[in-house]
Design a protein around this ligand. Structure first.
Ligand code: GLC
Length: 644
């Protein structure tokens, strides 16, 4: 297509995207202005530079623009001013919080000293009290063990590691307009090539945010939530194409730039990356999902529900939901994404319906349902959300689950079944069961596979997806226990010398060449290709606490403590048994630091894990019972009808 022709197409096709992103509600002349601005930039092939002025006056303007846009939704000017008042305050320059005193944790509690598992261990946080009492009783014993381990050099002093971690976490704080708004991905003084590790990544900030929340420092999380919300709505373009509104950036950077029209002054701007600059140009599907999860955690931990009730925040939630719930060509209720759209942000053969995204999607739906304030316009959205929750839960529990029994079923599958009641619905050829899996699957335990597509099951074990499915009850109670059983049975593969393998096993040989595109960073047992990531400690801890088996996490934390500080908090470790600091691993990686801190804080006070856990609700269970085509559980007390 010639440039002239493509220009014309752009003029016709490019959707007006306002700076604030509410173009669907906005019908005025500014549409036209923005439209033509976009065309000029598009033709020049210069991506628009997004600016976010720190000046309160310009904040006010953008707030007013939102007022104008939101009014058709039934929001009065007065109401909106009330909502936005507190927001404007955050724009007044404030000193960042000073480093407060460190409350030393008590090591890893009694968990790893006494490997006790309560028999009625299912999901009972009320047990936390007795656990804590038990912890007290064991305190002396534990201290004795710790002291001797420290004295003989087996492990460094856990209290000083925590203290160091807090110092490092505070050093990683990024300020905007004098307020803390996030944490930098890594502050590695030994690395000459910073790439984008000097940015605030949305997914990386989650453990930082949780650590601050658990410490009672809520402001940074509040600021992060509100500023990233402002970024959600900005234009994001790659070669004249924009993804759907509601996408949250992967990361953002605070830049200091000369003030327009005044050479002597500078201003700070927030510069988001939606994937248009990221290596591989992938859209971060997980960002918005994590944002919703953090928003709920903020409300639950701080007790401040005013943030989630704000109209702009409610609109932000809805925009993310609309993007995820939009109809497409899909037959499956799982979200269809490209490779690299989550923590594994480069080609690793996870395109399609990767478990990590499905687990986060499920959490985001549950959290959003809890936070959405009922209003006339949202009934359809809530209905769609409920339907999706049921369908997604059924689909994952039924089709992603494998254990010895299921594996044997697959091994004996008949193929090419053409019928509505086919057993082998996705036409999986039994030969796909790799030899490693036959050996690896323990007798006790099971897990959710990495991905499911027609004629393809990705049998790799992906840690984050499995752990998060425990946390949010996407996995059933039995499945959740089985996942932890598998982790215990496969400890030397999944934890070894540093928790926790991002996935297992590694892609090797020709498979690695074809699937990763011969990626030298993702060589076998390195980085995303079965490298070990200390940040995963926090998700492991929440999952273990939820299942009342915290000693598993405590054991992992204790292993991490042997090296993590001495090794300078690496981003990831390499080799099958995680013996080396990763080939290209950053040091002082913030989410390694924060992940460790969250694990420590939660093991000290397990009841706090509630801010992240979502319990299965009975309505959903009822709906699932009806949906189960195998009819094993009969139809009971169904209050509501869901379309599955
Ligand atoms: C790497 C990781 C990604 C992380 C980023 C910043 O690209 O794969 O998950 O967000 O580094 O730490």
């Amino acid at each position: 297509m010639s440039l002239g022709a493509s220009k014309a197409v752009v003029q016709v096709l490019c959707r007006p995207v306002t700076q604030t992103g509410y173009s669907e509600y906005l019908v005025n002349s500014s549409d036209l202005t923005l439209h033509s601005t976009f065309q000029v930039k598009c033709v020049k092939k210069k991506p628009p530079r997004h600016r976010h002025s720190i000046r309160c006056s310009s904040m006010l303007l953008s707030q007013l623009r939102r007022i104008h846009q939101l009014r058709p939704m039934g929001v009065s000017l007065v109401n909106y001013m009330n909502y936005s008042g507190s927001w404007l305050q955050t724009c007044k320059c404030q000193q960042s919080e000073s480093a407060s005193g460190i409350t030393a944790g008590d090591g890893n509690g009694a968990w790893f000293v006494n490997n006790i598992e309560t028999s009625n261990s299912v999901n009972n946080l009320a047990n936390a009290k007795s656990i804590i009492e038990f912890q007290d009783v064991q305190q002396l014993k534990q201290e004795k063990v710790l002291t001797s381990k420290i004295a003989n050099g087996t492990i460094p002093d856990s209290f000083s590691i925590e203290e160091e971690a807090w110092d490092l976490l505070r050093e990683s704080i990024v300020h905007y307009c004098g307020s803390p708004i996030g944490t930098i991905a890594a502050k590695d003084p030994t690395s000459s090539n910073v790439l984008n590790y000097d940015q605030v990544f949305i997914r990386d900030f989650i453990p930082s945010g949780i650590a601050f929340l658990l410490k009672g420092e809520h402001d940074i999380v509040r600021n992060f939530i509100l500023y990233t919300l402002q970024l959600q709505s900005w234009e994001k373009t790659m070669d004249c194409h924009s993804p759907g509104q509601g996408l949250m950036p992967a990361s953002f950077k605070v830049r200091t730039v000369p003030l327009d029209g005044d050479d002597s002054a500078t201003e700070e701007v927030l510069d988001p990356d939606f994937g248009e600059a990221a290596i591989g140009r992938v859209a971060p599907v997980d960002s918005g999902l994590w944002w919703i999860i953090l928003l709920r955690a903020y409300g639950k931990c701080s007790g401040d529900l005013s943030v989630q009730e704000r109209i702009d925040v409610q609109t932000g939630i809805k925009m993310i939901l609309r993007l995820c719930l939009a109809d497409g060509f899909d037959m499956f209720p799982t979200l269809l994404v490209t490779d690299g759209s989550c923590m594994i942000d480069r080609r690793m053969g996870i395109h399609g319906h990767p478990l990590e995204i499905q687990a986060l999607f499920y959490s985001a739906l549950l959290c959003a349902r809890e936070m959405l304030t009922p209003e006339d316009g949202s009934a359809d959205l809530i209905r769609a959300l409920n339907n999706r929750l049921v369908a997604l839960s059924f689909h994952i529990r039924e089709y992603y689950w494998i254990d010895m029994k299921k594996l044997n079923e697959i091994y004996r599958y008949k193929t090419e079944e053409y019928s509505y009641d086919a057993v082998n619905k996705f036409n999986i050829y039994p030969d796909q069961i790799s030899p490693w899996l036959v050996e690896w699957m323990p007798n006790k335990g099971g897990y959710l596979i990495g991905n499911l597509q027609p004629a393809h099951m990705d049998f790799r074990f992906f840690s984050l997806g499995n752990l998060w499915s425990v946390v949010n009850s996407l996995a059933t109670m039995e499945q959740s226990h089985a996942i932890l059983d598998l982790i215990e049975a496969k400890w030397s593969d999944l934890v070894a010398e540093m928790p926790f393998k991002i996935c297992y096993p590694a892609l090797e040989g020709q498979e690695w060449q074809i699937i990763t595109g011969s990626d030298p960073k993702n060589t076998p047992w390195s980085y995303h290709n079965a490298g070990s990531w200390p940040t995963l400690l926090w998700q492991l801890t929440v999952a273990c606490i939820k299942m009342n088996r915290p000693h598993i996490a405590a054991k992992a934390v204790e292993i991490a403590e042997r090296r993590i500080s001495r090794d300078k908090w690496p981003e990831y470790y390499d080799t099958k048994r995680s013996r080396f600091i990763g080939k290209q691993s950053r040091l002082f990686q913030t989410w390694s630091i924060a992940g460790y801190l969250v694990a420590k804080l939660l093991l000290t006070d397990p009841s706090k894990a509630n801010i992240l856990i979502t319990e299965e609700d009975s309505e959903l269970v009822n709906a699932l019972i009806t949906a189960n085509p195998r009819g094993k559980r009969g139809r009971k007390n169904l209050k509501q009808t869901y379309i599955v």
